[in-house]
Design a binder for this molecule. Structure first.
Ligand code: SAH
Length: 396
């Protein structure tokens, strides 16, 4: 079937020619090709103002990002292209990891805009985060079935991004028999993750290398994991030889699974969960004069949208300063942020500021980012979102 065209305004092809995949609604020549012409998820030929073909994209007239490129020629998003892109993504992950536990597809960076797939062995957790991917859900599932031959595919279509795309939020099993809980291995350690009831896709693979950074530092130490979720940092720290770990999270089911993860690894006895608001819990621990050798602070994105920047930045300052107050002399603070609107320099400045205010000497020893199964697209800054600093904090 012949695709409709979408024409850009004069000079608005520059970002695409620079490698980017997105078209914003104000870049479209709406005199010539009004966005109301297209259905959400429809594929179009993208043309520069002079008529030159820039590629094929899918459209969402009601989103600020009104189109995302899926090829730089006439290739449309069909079974063959989806299979090819999934195979390319799989090839990278099998090169990176020995075992099938990773982010298999990371949206734009794998040239599959709006599609996220996490793999737990034979189970897949999928997010269709754009109208284009949502429209093509049957084809996406068929391609994943062909490339991975999974036992189950769960659609975790409950992220807030879907609201921006005008899509409903829901969780459904799209294929096979999906368990409630899946097993994975990370940094050599077996762990459990909630496939259907957990947060996001069920597990945060992006922190894998940053969890591994702790290995050197934790033996014999007392560790506090703030915003622990199901214990990614806490349980690995315990297995790496910590003397005691304390995990803080506001979600009881997350803490219950963290405890299960500790038991699974034979470190249940040294694991303690505290349910509550992290800010309040840290203040309470301080009042009780508790101290820790190592503290991990990995909050949810405090800055979800640009307009939350000021308030969110303040929250990063507050929580890291609180953490610093709970550190033993020469303690280690691992401060992370998954807010793409927070620059790495800003997180570094959070540490500087906390050190100044608490009269401590801060030394950043290591810097981490998301793991390589979340590759960065060099033209799309948003694909680089996770920051982590590992710092020593001492008296001065
Ligand atoms: N560190 C985790 C991921 C953290 S995700 C890992 O390595 O897997 C963010 C977590 O923060 C979620 O589990 C959520 O339940 C928790 N959370 C959100 N707001 C909170 C708050 N105010 N106090 C405590 N926990 C909170």
């Amino acid at each position: 079937m012949e695709l409709q065209s979408l024409r850009l305004k004069r000079h608005e092809e520059r970002r695409l020619l620079g490698g980017h995949l997105w078209i914003f609604s104000n870049e479209v020549d709406t005199q010539e090709t009004p966005l109301s012409m297209y259905k959400a998820g429809e594929q179009v030929r993208v043309q520069a103002h002079n008529g030159k073909l820039l590629g094929t994209a899918y459209v969402n007239p009601q989103s600020l990002i009104c189109a995302r490129l899926i090829s730089r020629d006439e290739a449309v998003l069909n079974h063959a292209l989806l299979v090819h892109r999934c195979e390319q993504a799989l090839r990278l992950r099998t090169q990176l990891f020995d075992e099938p536990y990773y982010r298999l597809i990371y949206g734009e960076s794998d040239l599959l805009p709006g599609l996220v797939v996490d793999r737990f062995g034979t189970h897949l957790s999928v997010q269709l985060n754009s109208a284009g991917m949502d429209t093509n859900r049957t084809q996406v599932i068929e391609a994943l079935k062909q490339v991975i031959e999974p036992q189950s595919i769960v659609l975790r279509n409950d992220s807030s991004i879907r609201t921006l795309e005008g899509l409903p939020r829901e969780v459904e099993v799209a294929w096979g028999k999906a368990p409630e809980v899946v097993e994975l291995r990370e940094n050599g350690i077996p762990l459990l993750a909630p496939l259907q009831g957990g947060q996001k896709t069920g597990w945060f693979y992006d922190q894998r290398p940053n969890r591994a950074m702790l290995r050197r530092f934790v033996p014999g130490k007392r560790v506090l994991d703030v915003f622990s979720y199901v214990g990614g940092f806490a349980v690995q720290a315990a297995v790496f030889g910590a003397r005691q770990v304390v995990a803080v999270d506001s979600s009881r089911p997350a803490l219950e699974m963290a405890e299960k993860n500790a038991e699974l690894n034979g470190v249940g006895k040294i694991f303690n969960g505290i349910e509550g608001d992290a800010f309040a819990v840290l203040r309470q621990l301080k009042a009780e004069e508790e101290r820790f050798d190592i503290i991990v602070v990995d909050p949810p994105a405090f800055i979800k949208r640009k307009k939350d920047h000021k308030e969110g930045l303040r929250a990063y300052h507050r929580i890291n300063e609180l953490a610093m107050q709970l550190l033993q002399p020469n303690g280690i603070l691992l401060a992370a942020s998954c807010s793409m609107h927070l620059a790495r320099e800003e997180l570094q400045d959070v540490l500087r500021n906390a050190g100044q205010r608490q009269d401590r000497h801060v030394q950043i020893l290591m810097e981490g980012m998301q793991g390589p199964d979340h590759p960065v697209h060099p033209a799309i800054p948003e694909t680089r979102y996770l920051k982590a600093f590992l710092a020593r904090v001492s008296k001065r």
